[in-house]
Design a protein around this ligand. Sequence first.
Ligand SMILES: Cc1cc2nc3c(=O)[nH]c(=O)nc-3n(C[C@H](O)[C@H](O)[C@H](O)COP(=O)(O)O)c2cc1C
Length: 428
Amino acid sequence: MLQKNNLGKAYHDATKHSYLSVQMNPNYVDASTQPSTFKVYPKFYRRVQLNVNNPVHSFIWLTSAITLEKVYKDVPYKLRVNPSAGALYPTEVYVQVRGVHGMVDGVYHLEVENNCLTLIYELIDDGLESYIIPTKCISGFIFLISCVYYRSSWKYQDRSLRYCFLDSGHHLGAIAASAYLHSKDIQLIFDFDKLALNTDLGFENKEFITACAISGKAQEKQTRRLRLKVPFVCATDYFEANQFIETSYKATAVQQSYQQQLKQPQLKFDRDKFYQTIFNRRSCRRFRKKCISQEEYLYIWQQLEQPLPTENYEEIEIYSVVHRVEGMSPGLYKGKHLLKAGDFSEQTGYLCINQAIARDCAVTLFFVSDYKSYQTAMQIAGFIGQRVYLGSNYMAIQCSAIGAYYDDETQRFLETTKDVLYAMAIGN
Ligand SMILES: Cc1cc2nc3c(=O)[nH]c(=O)nc-3n(C[C@H](O)[C@H](O)[C@H](O)COP(=O)(O)O)c2cc1C
């Protein structure tokens, strides 16, 4: 029975893993039935081939670039700058470009597989602003992240609701990283008229907008809503509806987040090294139980403590279970404060559904929250997760996201009443 007071919490509760639920429903799928992971608009749309020597193109390209191709159990995978639960990549990127030299003002779909932008809508006096920040007109870029949920629900069923939002947060993190590298600020926006945009962008029930990132100059000016509807184009080769996902997306899309003042992070990365980090970011598949230094650990913490560039806010609290950090007592910490001393590595391995990465890493992190807006909270958790990846990899420390854990048992281990939104492992 769903609670009335916070529907987000009810949907989170409905997708919990427990020892029993995982035994009874282990998510085995026939890999040959995987829906396609790349959206391609019909060939009659105009396309711009991305040239990485052009800084505007390179800014957009690096938000979603394919960085490694590999074959696993006869299935080819194209891994990208953004991680994704099960490498299923439900997220798509659209970008409105206005007043940018050499580009037609319009809304483009980023066609990741072919390195191009597809112009799906030309602007006149209309634009995405009217759905997002109604009294402003942006010269520059408005990125939209959408989720093609079936790519993830195909395997993870109802729990894919979480992975869609977390993946979306990571993708926002990838946009932030590319923006930093191209000397641009961004602002993340979570509270806007997503439902109207889904209709006007022709997504039907198969794709939904989760967030927006703006980079550009805002002018006081009214823009109209899109004067024409974009035709529906299916982002997968086949589709099976999931009523739970559709209902819970819609209910959580209208939840208002907490508000805060916009503040930009102050990042100080060496640009060449940071570019290499973005390009070579990977999830660690096996840790070797090696220690990391306290300095490295604190450096990663510093990245997490940087302000989030958004006015729509949800507080994420981070618990860290330290197993192997030189000069630190192993134990459970809330932030940097030791709550329980002890070696809990076997326990975190078990809690994360017996995944060795959560046992053999140097630190297992758990993100918890008492949110107002579930969609925002999950995406902020993913955004912070991307910082953990990049901050760690920048220091030559390995990292992996962990979306699979026994929810209630983890909550009891942490001794918190807040929902456990995400976990991560760092180490060597
Ligand atoms: C939301 C989310 C949840 C994930 N959960 C797990 C997990 O439970 N266990 C794991 O080994 N990897 C997990 N991963 C890592 C993905 O498997 C990985 O990102 C994907 O295979 C692509 O590889 P890459 O990150 O090296 O590009 C997760 C990633 C994301 C973004």
